[in-house]
Design a protein around this ligand. Structure first.
Ligand code: ARG
Length: 466
């Protein structure tokens, strides 16, 4: 029975198995890293006299040609090859003949792919850092311009106490600054070269692993060959950093969306960064912010997927690890796009300062300061809190602000109130008295902004283009 359709079935299955197994459709992204790694390998082989200098030069010339032709579009990376490694090697042999077959001496695709991924991720870590830095610069400018732009600070999305826009944006500055420090840590920890680990147990050739590590800009070679071919911790760490960046962007987006509502009107998103509705002519939607918020899930997904892929793998290499690529590539593309667009949106957004200030005045955000005033006049805080609460209740019933009550009305609740209550609870006073480090008061805010500036100068990104 099986024989009747076996031949045809086997053929079809073979094709499917081949396709299932192949990674060329996505690992073609690694062509540059693959060639770069091969060049370092071949230089080392010649240095160790495993290849002659002539063989080295022929191979290097072939590899250079492949790189050039891929980049100028004359050599296409097609699905005829199983993966990027076989693509490069087969093309090399086509070009330079049998000497090309010597390239893979003392190397396995396992340490090769481990190297390619590391080189790729290492470069992307720097690029992400550069993008986050760009956003920080925009945030710094907004902070500098809004030291005295009052707005309500919220807890539970209820108006709580007055802050300034500089202070609010400053919170995001801290988040993205931590993101940069995370990327820096990841870079340092991952910057070791797995090349020379072979399939899993090193090789019998006298490879100089220090030399290849040095040629490729690593701090040194990795220390255990089994770990070298099966470690994807740096992918997980990077995905985790990207997920955290997206979480920060998503929270920020949520605020922009709220601030952009008709009810808040705190911001005006630039036309170039908003979209309209096909049916409702009045609409100007914050789509960029919504998409950034929405795409955050994909990046979380990539992190969970990678953690899950790795959790059951015995040492050393297993084909499961080929799954490390698509999720990371997608997470990188997504985060890159989101950081770029979000930065552009923030760079052009207009803050309706008057609306923000009026909103801060309207929500009893100075009720704590009324209580603090009483405490400064000898009333215990608990009593002061409830006196201020009763005054708020009265204002709600009479539809006015605490600043609008007469001194007699204040005194009815507590005789400790004097005429200086108005100055004490004005928004300017409320904010300016908050002078503990990290608070919105102008003097400390200026200190923080100056420190941010020094930080941006001191820790400029180590690469400035891609
Ligand atoms: N395409 C493979 C990957 O991405 C390359 C390594 C293949 N090694 C092997 N022993 N099959 O992981």
């Amino acid at each position: 029975m099986a024989q009747l359709w076996g031949g045809r079935f086997t053929k079809e299955t073979d094709q499917m198995v081949y396709d299932f197994n192949a990674s060329i459709t996505f690992d073609k992204r690694l062509y540059k890293q693959d060639i770069e790694g091969s060049m370092a390998h071949v230089k080392m082989l010649a240095k160790q006299q495993i290849l002659t200098e002539q063989e080295r030069d022929e191979i290097l010339k072939g590899l250079t040609g492949i790189l050039r032709d891929v980049e100028n579009g004359t050599l296409a990376i097609t699905t005829e090859y199983e993966d990027i490694h076989s693509f490069v090697e087969a093309n090399l042999i086509d070009r330079i003949g049998d000497v090309g077959k010597k390239l893979h001496t003392g190397r396995s695709r396992n340490d090769q792919v481990a190297l390619d991924m590391r080189l790729y991720v290492r470069e992307e870590v720097l690029y992400t850092d550069q993008l986050v830095y760009g956003l920080l610069k925009v945030l710094q400018r907004i902070m500098e311009e809004n030291i005295d732009t009052f707005m309500p600070g919220f807890t539970h999305l209820q108006k709580a106490q007055p802050v300034t826009l500089a202070h609010h944006i400053g919170a995001y500055f801290e988040m993205f600054r931590r993101d940069r420090s995370r990327l820096k840590d990841i870079y340092e920890r991952m910057n070791y070269c797995p090349l020379g680990a072979g399939a899993l147990a090193g090789t019998t050739y006298p490879l100089d692993r220090d030399y290849t590590a040095q040629l490729l800009g690593f701090a040194g070679p990795t220390r255990n060959s089994m770990d070298s071919v099966s470690d994807r911790d740096y992918v997980i760490e990077y995905l985790s950093a990207l997920a955290t960046i997206m979480m920060h962007l998503s929270r920020f987006s949520e605020e922009v969306i709220i601030w952009n509502t008709n009810e808040y009107r705190f911001v005006e998103i630039d036309d170039a960064y908003s979209t309209g509705s096909s049916i409702m002519p009045q609409k100007k939607n914050p789509d960029i912010a919504e998409l950034v918020r929405g795409k955050t899930g994909r990046v979380y997904g990539a992190l969970m997927s990678m953690l899950t892929t790795m959790k059951g793998l015995p040492l050393a290499y297993n084909k499961d690890m080929q799954e490390d690529k698509e999720g990371v590539f997608d997470a990188i593309d997504t985060t890159t796009m989101c950081l770029t667009l979000f930065t552009g949106m923030m760079d052009t957004i207009v803050f309706n300062k008057d609306v923000m200030e009026a909103s801060a005045k309207n929500g009893f955000t100075n009720a704590t300061d009324v209580a603090d005033y009483l405490v400064n006049h000898g009333v215990p805080f608990r009593d002061a809190h409830s006196i201020s609460g009763r005054l708020v209740l009265r204002c709600i019933a009479e539809n006015k602000a605490l600043d609008d009550l007469t001194l007699d009305e204040y005194k009815e609740e507590c005789p400790a109130f004097e005429a200086d209550i108005y100055g004490a609870i004005s928004m300017k006073t409320c904010v300016e008295r908050r002078l503990t480090l990290g608070a919105p008061g102008e003097a400390v805010m200026r200190q923080v902004i100056a420190e941010n500036k020094a930080y941006l100068e001191r820790e400029a990104p180590s690469c400035d283009q891609k």
